[in-house]
Design a protein around this ligand. Structure first.
Ligand code: A2P
Length: 343
């Protein structure tokens, strides 16, 4: 089997570091691993397959010098904007985890369980975009019920973990909790988030847009439509909660007027869908939570119920690890499918 030279751009970040564990778990066919970060990280080492590998500085030339075949970018949109083309010019396929290329009509936006066929469009620009974390776990569940009944509209509220803001986000939550127990939470700084995150919830993720929604909310709208290839209506309210690394979502789906939701059928559809797991036994307190999903590659659904007033409306709850399912694992699954296609 062919092996690949793989670069991880953002090698010292929350998502970057997750890749090394995943490469081993998935036995990803790596000939050479090249971790890349800013000049600040030169001299640091990462651990992969029992070996320490030196982090190198991200430059335009490095992809050619290291003969990179696959480059995973996870260092922020501005870095992808500046360096992705250099990787492509050096002959690599770029799997980009930032929002920079997602809505470019030439660039495929892929959740492998939902629209794997779009990976073929990688040839357009040499780039495949990885969707926003909240979008990935939602569209996995939506696809299952869309195939069943045909979605018309989705209303979603998210409960997003601090990992979405990278290592700095998680560290800010931990520091504020420590400061709380030291009776100095009031003096604890907040830089990763607009407000204190410990013992709080913040109804804003990313910047405000002119239409009253946030950028994160509009990502969920636009990306879901692009991935599902369907002009569904989506309204999102994205909320940051003091959880370390798994996002939860409360999702309401409206189907066509004539649909009569059957909860057993829906449960079956979720159960049959790749990488979805149903945990749904409310009387016994069984439903997924961030602690259920963290450090797993599965997307969990529960609290599945039909609307009290309308036969064509379904409500459910959905949880997944933001760093894995919402970022590194989805990128890795894209790469696996890309390899299958290239073979
Ligand atoms: P560095 O540690 O050298 O700053 P997170 O998402 O957890 O915040 O991590 C962001 C990742 O992006 C880190 O690996 C960080 O590396 C990397 N990064 C940030 N700025 C740059 C840059 N200018 N060039 C290369 N990598 C960068």
């Amino acid at each position: 089997m062919r092996k690949f030279n793989v670069a991880v751009v953002g090698a010292t970040g929350a998502v970057g570091e997750e890749f090394y564990r995943l490469f081993e778990e998935y036995d990803f066919p790596i000939a050479k691993l090249v971790p890349l970060a800013s000049a600040r990280s030169v001299g640091k080492e990462i651990e992969y397959a029992g070996r320490a590998i030196k982090v190198q500085e991200l430059t335009h030339d490095i992809f050619e010098k290291e003969e990179i075949d696959i480059a995973f970018f996870s260092a922020g949109g501005s870095i992808s904007a500046k360096f992705a083309d250099s990787a492509v010019e050096a002959g690599a396929v770029v799997i980009d985890n930032t929002s920079h290329f997602r809505m470019d009509p030439e660039i495929p936006l892929v959740v492998p369980e939902v629209n794997p066929e779009d990976i073929r469009l990688w040839k357009n620009r040499g780039i495949i975009a990885n969707p926003n974390c909240s979008t990935i776990q939602m569209v996995q569940a939506l696809k299952a019920v869309d195939d069943l009944y045909g979605i018309v509209r989705v209303d979603v509220s998210t409960y997003q973990a601090t990992s979405g803001a990278g290592k700095a986000g998680m560290e800010e939550l931990v520091k504020q909790m420590q400061d709380f127990f030291a009776f100095k939470l009031g003096e604890s700084p907040h830089e990763a988030f607009l407000h204190q995150i410990a013992l709080n919830v913040i109804p804003q993720v990313d910047v405000a847009m002119d239409n009253g929604f946030t950028k994160e909310e509009m990502k969920m709208v636009n990306e879901s439509r692009k991935i599902l290839h369907k002009e569904i209506e989506v309204a999102a309210t994205c909320v940051r909660v003091p959880v370390l690394r798994s996002h939860s979502e409360s999702i309401t789906v409206t189907f066509g007027e004539n649909v009569v939701v059957n909860v057993d059928e829906v449960r079956q559809a979720f159960d049959n869908f790749e990488h979805l797991v149903v945990q749904d036994d409310l009387p016994n307190g069984v439903y997924p939570m961030p602690v259920t999903a963290t450090d797993t590659d599965l997307t969990y659904v529960g609290r599945i119920r039909k609307d009290i007033f309308r036969d064509n409306i379904l409500h459910f709850w959905n949880v997944a690890d933001q760093v894995r399912v919402g970022a590194a694992t989805n990128s890795l699954r894209i790469a696996q499918k890309w390899i299958e296609l290239e073979d």
